[in-house]
Design a protein around this ligand. Sequence first.
Ligand SMILES: *Cc1c(COP(=O)(O)O)cnc(C)c1O
Length: 345
Amino acid sequence: MSAFYLVDLDAFAANLQRVRAAVAPAAHMLVVKDDAYAHGLEAVVRRAWAEGVRWFGAFDVATGTAVRRVVGPDARIFVWLIGGADDLTAGAAAHLDLGVGDEALLHDLATLDLPTPARVHLKIDTGLHRNGIRPERWDDALEVASGLVREGRIVFEGVWSHISEASDADDDDARRIFLAARDAARAAGLDPRFSHLAASAAGFARGEFREDLVRVGAFSYGIRPAGGPGEAELGIEPVASLIATVTAIDAAGAHLDVGSLHGLPSTLSGRFDVGTPAGPRRVEAIGPTSTAVAPWPDAAPGDEIVLFGRRALCSATDLAELVDTIGEEIALRVAPALPRRYIGD
Ligand SMILES: *Cc1c(COP(=O)(O)O)cnc(C)c1O
């Protein structure tokens, strides 16, 4: 294969240290959804565990169970996409921390015969309306949860939410709703051990949002926010690079066997430069399976070109900004079929 995605786990480890310092004394929950932001779940989780990460945010039960297989029994693994009774059963069997944002799931829990109590983090909808229990339904949900605790069906582990991180004012409003919900839980005799609502941006920038856990995905992988602070200011570095070797050279340029089907948006044609042995050259055309780079003297098959990411001229977020999207959008497009290679595995 003449193209691959190179993931530097030593750089990842440096980001983990940085995130840990930035969110302390809250704990870092490493978010590993979407195959660890396309970096490869297993290698990322294994290294994170070795680096002392003890909380993982896995999105769905299948991913959470996969994380469990990698890290063993002691990690805490939070999942928040739970489809129904089967997911609850499988999640409890894998001792996952279940983010419950739907009253129907509480009613399911009342009927399931689980071998051990389910670890529940109840989600308050603080304005995103994705899921989460609406404030006007919160007291009812607390009552159901209290009953489940009394019956030994659940352990009430936490209260959580997700915020937009799009404006401080919106986030402040969300936080007020969150704190009121937590107070209500305490008043109902449910003592959440873990409160969490922030992701990368608020976790770094706004101390009052850190609470007990900060669910950091993007910054852990060195993906800075579009239009926001740079990597140096944040103290993070890109972890992965999309690399391809030159396979042919003609009048149109040096050709790489990587294209839009591998995740490089064709809308970036003519819009960014890559480093070559002779200095920066423009990426002229991105086709489905090939890319042409403006030629340079002595270009030769086998020359390695770093298209974006670590040690490239452009990061994922730099490319994203050219097409008005966010860095995750570029990073997550890197096709699963493209081999992952690791430094430091
Ligand atoms: C994706 C996600 C995160 C992580 O967000 P980043 O901005 O990548 O740090 C945190 N919490 C939830 C619920 C998420 O879906």
